[in-house]
Design a protein around this ligand. Structure first.
Ligand code: APR
Ligand code: ZN
Length: 374
């Protein structure tokens, strides 16, 4: 009976960068044409959410963060055909419109309809569905899952099997495809290979899991926080390195350990230095370096271009280069069939009211993924 009316519900509003989010009553307007209003039940807290709150990644404020949610469709706007009320869905920060140049290309996945590189914080029609204390509130990548209700464009909604436990598959909307796809779509990790993963957080460990599943013989994990090492070893890391404990740059150590460089190297931190270290860790002639982490806004990556001459490959990709609406429901099915066991990636669960505690835990590096129950 909420269809067509504004809903007042709880959401975590980030009013300004560098201050904790606050739980507020927000007004969530009904979905317009081509939009879907979703009751969010669970949401993971990702490194990107923290980086935005810290002001490292620029975004318009006030904003409702969260982009790793799962929920149930409450109502749909005019012309929506692919989902209906009651469907179980994951909102997607990379949509799939199936009409743009990228969506029509067999390999392209970076849909032109939502610009996550210079985000407006608004719906596709240039307006917002969120108001709080009389102020317009922006959305994050068109998803904003730290709200009991959110409005998402139909092209950014993946319908998933109702049998899937939403408290576990919510991470399939970002963390899992980002990590898995970097390995299977972007790098195409081969059996028997040596892989390097720099940054053993939520994304890095999803990468580790996929490297192992792809038959990597050796997985070298790098992190400045040694608390991550036990989790990393459990998921398949064979060698661990803490750059803070080394007397030379980590890439030199890796070049020596591997007798000339890794086959594949992944950056899952989001810093320029670790990106260059990733490039320099792989074999000069056939190594593949994949940048997964998001660099701070407005920075420039600098490295000697001679590094590329022998044949190194430098690659990027968002959401693991999956065409999201096609691939994510399939990942969820693979989970249900027991082919992908992603549960160990979630180490903590908090009720929504403890969201500040979840942000602190993420900041302190005390978790892999914390999932909030809304
Ligand atoms: N060298 C190695 N590891 C580092 C360094 C460094 N200089 N600095 C930080 N780290 C480690 C942290 O200790 C942490 O374990 O990188 C890891 C980052 O993990 P999370 O903070 O959990 O972030 P995650 O959600 O995994 O996202 C990683 O991907 O999507 C992007 O914006 C996101 O850039 C971020 C990256
Ligand atoms: Zn598109």
């Amino acid at each position: 009976a909420t269809e067509g009316t504004a809903i007042i519900c709880r959401a975590a509003v980030a009013w300004t960068p560098d201050t904790p989010v606050s739980l507020e009553d927000v007004q969530v307007d009904p979905p317009k044409a081509g939009e879907v209003r979703i009751k969010i039940l669970f949401s993971g807290l990702c490194g990107t959410d923290l980086h935005i709150l810290e002001g490292r990644t620029k975004m318009p404020f006030p904003i409702i963060l969260g982009h790793e949610g799962a929920g149930v469709v409450e109502s749909v706007g005019e012309g929506v055909t692919t989902v209906k009320p009651g469907d179980h869905v994951l909102p997607l920060s990379v949509p799939q419109c199936r009409e743009c140049r990228s969506c029509l290309h067999p390999k392209g996945n970076f849909c032109r309809k939502e610009n996550i590189i210079s985000p407006t914080g608004l719906m596709l029609d240039g307006t917002s569905r969120f108001t709080c204390k009389g102020k317009r509130v922006f959305n994050l990548y068109g998803t904003s899952t730290f709200s009991e209700y959110t409005v998402v464009s139909e092209i950014a909604v993946a319908r998933v099997d109702k049998a899937a436990p939403l408290d576990r598959v919510c991470i399939m909307s970002c963390q899992v495809p980002t990590g898995f796809g970097a390995v299977v779509n972007t790098a195409k990790v081969t059996s028997g290979s040596t892989c390097v993963v720099i940054g053993l957080g939520g994304i890095g460990l999803a990468i580790v899991m996929a490297c192992k599943a792809s038959g990597a013989a050796r997985i070298i994990g790098v992190d400045i926080n040694e608390d991550k090492f036990p989790w990393a070893r459990e998921l398949g890391v064979t060698d661990v390195l803490n750059p803070g404990q080394l007397s030379r740059p980590v890439q030199e150590e890796i070049q020596e350990m591997t007798g000339g460089g890794a086959d594949f190297a992944f950056e899952a931190v989001g810093l320029n230095d670790t990106m260059v270290a990733t490039l320099e860790s792989c074999d000069p002639s056939f190594g593949v370096a994949v940048l997964v982490g998001m660099a701070p806004s407005g920075q420039k990556l600098t490295f000697d271009p001679i590094l590329m001459l022998p044949g190194r490959n430098l690659r990027g990709g968002a959401m693991g280069e999956y065409k999201t609406r096609d691939a994510i429901p399939q990942l969820v099915s693979a989970y249900l069939q027991g082919h992908v066991r992603t549960d160990p990636l979630i180490t903590h669960r908090f009720p929504f009211q403890d969201i500040r505690r979840a942000f602190r835990l993420q900041q302190e590096g005390g978790c892999i993924r914390c999932v909030l129950r809304l």
